[in-house]
Design a protein around this ligand. Structure first.
Ligand code: PRP
Ligand code: URA
Length: 209
């Protein structure tokens, strides 16, 4: 079974509380999502392997550490996942970025695919899928299917707020994918929105409501 990593550092909890407030404007919401994504990135990359490298400092030669191993692909689930890309990319500047377009049908709450573009050689990379909201888990699980169909089997899912139902659904369909979240909320409402949640993440990022 995959692991769920709850990244509840006080700075992250504080920033997320401001994001949840319905009075928080879109500009601040976006800025905080950027900051939290960068902070979460430290934990998502915590187990990255290191290798020795010889460096000449201004004073002497030294054997030091640098990141070894696989290259990274950051893959946001459109639209809201886009809000988590810049923070991760500032942490991992050499990462390539793919995109998966999915929207949730308003009546069935099932994800509908509309776009998919991955960087070349995705199968050689570790993929960090981003989406702020993990509600029923349908969108994330379908997005993971797509990444796997393109040959990439080293996948991590990074979300901001998750419902227990969403975590269970992803774990059932993808027991090999670790999930990183900043908060696990209480439940879903009758429209499959997360409670207490923060509303519609895409609308709040892009000001579409
Ligand atoms: C939201 C969210 C996830 C999905 C979560 O996207 O960003 O992708 O819903 O729901 P699920 O876990 O029940 O599948 P939405 O479909 O509203 O699209 P948007 O990001 O374009 O607004
Ligand atoms: N999508 C969102 O943006 N918010 C939710 O609470 C559930 C799905």
């Amino acid at each position: 079974m995959s692991k769920v990593h709850l990244i509840d550092h006080p700075m992250i909890q504080h920033k997320l509380t401001i994001m949840r407030d319905k009075e928080t404007p879109s500009s601040l919401f976006r800025q905080l999502l950027y900051e939290i994504s960068l902070l979460m990135g430290y934990e998502v990359t915590r187990d990255f392997p290191l290798e020795d490298v010889e460096v000449e400092t201004p004073l002497e030669k030294a054997t030091l550490k640098r990141i070894a191993g696989k290259k990274v692909a950051i893959v946001p689930i459109l639209r809201a996942g886009l809000g988590m890309v810049d923070g991760l990319r500032d942490l991992i500047p050499v990462a390539r970025v793919g995109h998966i377009g999915l929207y949730r049908d308003e009546t069935t709450h099932k994800p509908v695919p509309y776009y998919c573009k991955f960087p070349k050689g995705i199968e050689q990379r570790m993929c960090i899928l981003t989406d702020p909201m993990l509600a029923t888990g349908g969108s994330a699980a379908d997005a993971i299917d797509l990444v796997k169909q393109h040959g990439c089997l080293d996948i991590r899912l990074m979300c901001l707020v998750a419902a227990p139902e969403g975590i269970a659904a992803v774990q059932e369909r993808h027991p090999d994918v670790d999930i990183y979240v900043a908060a696990i909320d209480r439940e879903l409402n009758e429209n499959c929105y997360i409670l207490p949640g923060l509303g519609d993440a895409g609308d709040r990022i892009f000001g579409t409501k």
